[in-house]
Write a new protein. Structure first.
Length: 426
């Protein structure tokens, strides 16, 4: 019997510093961690993994950068029977960081990875490299020599994220995601992570590697993607996965289906326009200063949007974001857009297909201190041709990534009416 993979996120509310929050661009990056919290759903075999509580602050993350929305996105290189489902726990830290646990090798070695729809490769760090670089305190590394099924390919691996390059060597081994198992799967054992900067070297960085959920065309060296391999193995109920990102509460990722407990109504689907990123057509962008005013269409030359679980913010072209922020009454402060918390709550809506997906008021605010509120929007040179819809969007809307039909479905998240409760402490 096939299984669905369900990954659950849980919230953690740390104490934060106002200055550090504004200085630190890490609020754009997303990671995923495990914590057992939800009951078994119908027909699902729940796979639970415990997680110790993790406390961190933006001060700990000073100088770190986003995974996918920096100077450039990852480079493009083009070179069933039954039903199965399983469940893996995730952990939500500050509503901007998500990472989850997989196992690699025989016996399995537990490693924490970002489940990233903005890339398509799996890489894990070499334990030897981590020890040499003094990173083994914050990270777990892979020890191929301890695995009876480990094989060395020997080919070089290089990938460029917005935050910088990562490089290593191609290897193969058993990869286990919940109870889904890929035998002899090729991935990268990484020996260079300096390009990620403080995003990886910080003591508060608690992801070890990245598991890409993008399409084949995005995969470095044309390597098979995890979704392609899982689909070919016949282990999935259907070749889809769905993200629910809780705001101040538990959340989950499902591979092989979706969880109806975490969305309301029906999905509205839009086709993927370019099967590399999860890119869809963007009809228009609408704004309003408060919930009582009518929506106004914003002048925009951008006609596409990328739904990216590897980015925390709403990221767009610099000029458009600046115009948008000013129309919303925001002002710049140390690379962030800030507004008065006592002012009317602004809103932004993205028209995808025939539907408007609005993010209004408190849903657009990612942190606050006194009367200052930080908006979850940011400009980037990497987004000159598209908008990136990250966690700010995905917390409001449950997103179904239909890999088999190359389409994306949106429904109101079950946590859509909840509000961010963590505060900044000066």
């Amino acid at each position: 019997q096939a299984q669905r993979l369900i990954l659950i996120t849980c919230n953690h509310q740390p104490e934060l510093s106002l200055v550090h929050a504004f200085v630190n661009p890490f609020v754009m990056c997303k990671i995923v961690v495990f914590l057992a919290c939800l009951p078994v759903i119908s027909r699902a075999e729940l796979f639970r993994l415990p997680l110790k509580s993790h406390r961190s602050s933006f001060g700990d993350l000073r100088g770190s950068t986003t995974l996918n929305s920096g100077s450039s996105l990852p480079r493009l290189r083009v070179s069933m029977s039954g039903s199965r489902e399983t469940e893996i726990d995730l952990h939500n830290v500050m509503n901007v960081q998500y990472s989850g646990e997989i196992e690699v090798g025989t016996p399995g070695q537990k490693l924490r990875v970002v489940f990233d729809t903005g890339s398509s490769n799996l890489w894990v760090p070499s334990a030897t490299m981590l020890q040499q670089e003094g990173l083994d305190i914050a990270h777990n590394g892979f020890k191929g020599y301890n695995s009876s099924t480990f094989k060395i390919d020997g080919a070089d691996f290089d990938i460029m994220y917005g935050s910088g390059p990562v490089s290593g060597t191609l290897v193969s081994d058993v990869v286990t995601i919940g109870t889904l198992v890929l035998h002899n799967y090729t991935f990268a054992e990484v020996i260079q992570t300096q390009g990620l900067g403080a995003l990886y070297s910080s003591s508060s960085s608690f992801f070890d590697g990245v598991l890409g959920l993008g399409f084949d065309a995005l995969a470095v060296d044309g390597l098979p993607t995890v979704m392609k391999a899982l689909n070919a193995s016949g282990q999935l109920e259907e070749p889809v996965f769905g993200f629910f990102h809780g705001t101040g509460e538990d959340g989950q990722l499902v591979i092989g289906g979706v969880d109806p407990r975490h969305y309301a109504g029906n999905f509205s689907f839009v086709p993927v326009t370019s099967a590399a990123y999860w890119q869809v057509a963007l009809g228009s962008i609408k704004l309003r200063a408060n919930a009582t005013e009518p929506w106004t269409t914003m002048g925009s030359n951008t006609t596409s949007a990328i739904v990216d679980s590897g980015t925390s913010m709403l990221v767009g072209p610099d000029a458009e974001v600046e115009s948008l922020a000013m129309l919303l009454g925001a002002f710049p402060m140390q690379n962030m857009w800030v507004t008065s918390c006592s002012a009317s709550a602004p809103g932004i809506a993205f028209v995808l297909g025939n539907h408007e997906y609005a993010i209004q008021g408190q849903d657009l605010i990612i942190q606050r201190s006194g009367d200052l509120c930080v908006l979850g929007i940011q400009g980037s040179p990497a987004a000159e041709e598209h908008w990136i819809l990250g966690d700010v969007f995905m917390r409001k809307y449950y997103v179904q990534f239909d890999w088999g039909n190359q389409r994306v479905g949106f429904a109101k998240s079950a946590s859509g009416e909840r509000r961010l409760s963590s505060t900044l402490i000066v």
